[in-house]
Design a binder for this molecule. Structure first.
Ligand SMILES: [Zn+2]
Length: 385
């Protein structure tokens, strides 16, 4: 099937459509920059993927900040994991309080709409990995009360109660009784359950346990890019049946076929450089990680093939063909990855995504849904008591 369009004013139209939409990004790791690098998001930053100036240019209306506890650095549970989550939450809350001209802390779809109407960016939070729950069901409510509105049970390291797609244990580990209890508690409170990073058995246990729509905050399609972090067609169909949304990640490794294999080769080549950067850095473990990631980002840019925004839309198309336009959204993973598409280098380039969607024949109402409308619907559904 070929589609032709009359496009004399396509550029303006796409920008107008983009500006009118409420744009919700389900996942960015800028939180760790706030804590570890003390960055001031109110100034235009020379590095990274997100600050206020670039968010304004990109038309961003709502950002879910990832509250991410790296288990190897901060523990897969226990007081250090809890503290690491808590200081990130505090950083997001402080950002919104100190810069209320820019940000509005939000926990609901209505909060996002309110911020957008008032020309502010809604700041929301999601827990990436359940390490800070510390195997205590009471902590789910504690984080809900602190403003967290989604949680993925596991990041790249499996827990006793939930398997990860990133390690050996996850290959056979789903949710145990406690894990299912966590999902039911999230349903009760109105906290969305995120399947990004979980193992396949955990995915199925979540979908079979949750009575509310389930989401993937930053994932792609295994049908296009066969990596364990992505969802199979069967999973996409099952997730859509819950009423949920798959938010497509922008990270080349998860969207570009073959990129992951090439990256593994490059990782082996640059290992001495990465190690040297880590050893030279005199700061704490988090700063050593930053030093390693800076080298990786520079080397990936030099050594790996560029990826384009069109590839993101390939994943969106794939999901739309499987389950329709009501079950797809966006989750950039900005500031959490060491590579980004060449034409989506930061949040400022988000209009390029809308341009490509329009070029592929999506209507304005479809684009509204993809950029944020579908997630607003899910949030409203999950908020209902
Ligand atoms: Zn992630």
């Amino acid at each position: 099937m070929t589609k032709t369009f009359e496009t004399p004013t396509a550029a303006t139209d796409s920008l107008e459509i983009h500006r009118r939409a409420i744009i919700v990004d389900m996942h960015a790791d800028t939180t760790q920059r706030l804590v570890d690098e003390n960055v001031n998001l109110e100034t235009r930053l020379p590095d990274g993927h997100l600050d206020v100036a670039r968010a304004r240019e990109g038309g961003l209306d709502a950002q879910f900040f990832s509250i991410w506890v790296e288990p190897e650095l901060f523990g897969g549970g226990g007081p250090r994991a809890i503290k690491r989550a808590d200081i990130q939450i505090e950083a997001v809350r402080t950002l919104a309080e100190k810069h209320s001209e820019t940000w509005e802390l939000a926990t609901t779809a209505a909060g996002i709409r309110h911020a957008a109407t008032n020309g502010r960016i809604a700041a929301l939070m999601g827990l990436e990995g359940g390490y800070a729950i510390d195997e205590n069901i009471g902590n789910v409510d504690r984080y809900y009360q602190m403003g967290v509105r989604y949680m993925s049970p596991a990041w790249s390291v499996s827990l006793s109660w939930a398997g990860s797609s990133g390690d050996e244990a996850g290959k056979t580990r789903g949710l145990n009784d406690f894990g299912r209890q966590v999902v039911r508690e999230m349903n009760r409170l109105g906290m969305m359950v995120d399947v990004s990073h979980v193992s396949d058995p955990t995915f199925w246990d979540i979908v079979n346990t949750s009575t509310r729509p389930v989401i993937a905050t930053h994932s792609g399609c295994r049908g296009i890019t066969n990596v364990p972090r992505n969802l199979t067609d069967e999973m996409i169909i099952a997730l859509a049946k819950t009423g949920g949304v798959i938010n497509v990640i922008f990270y080349p490794e998860h969207i570009e076929p073959g990129w992951s294999e090439k990256k593994k080769k490059v990782d082996a080549e640059i290992e001495p450089l990465v190690r040297q950067a880590s050893e030279t850095e005199k700061g704490d473990a988090a700063h050593k990680k930053l030093a390693r990631d800076r080298v990786r980002a520079a080397e990936y840019l030099k050594r790996l093939p560029p990826v384009s925004v069109a590839r993101i839309v390939d994943h969106i198309d794939h999901i739309v063909k499987l389950v329709g336009v009501d079950h797809v959204g966006i989750g950039s993973d900005f500031d959490g990855v060491q590579a980004v598409p060449a034409d989506l280098k930061s949040v400022a380039d988000l209009p390029n995504l809308t341009k490509e969607l329009l070029r592929r024949g999506y209507s304005e109402s479809d684009i509204d849904k993809i950029l944020g409308g579908n997630m607003l619907r899910v949030m409203e559904e999950v908020e209902k008591q």
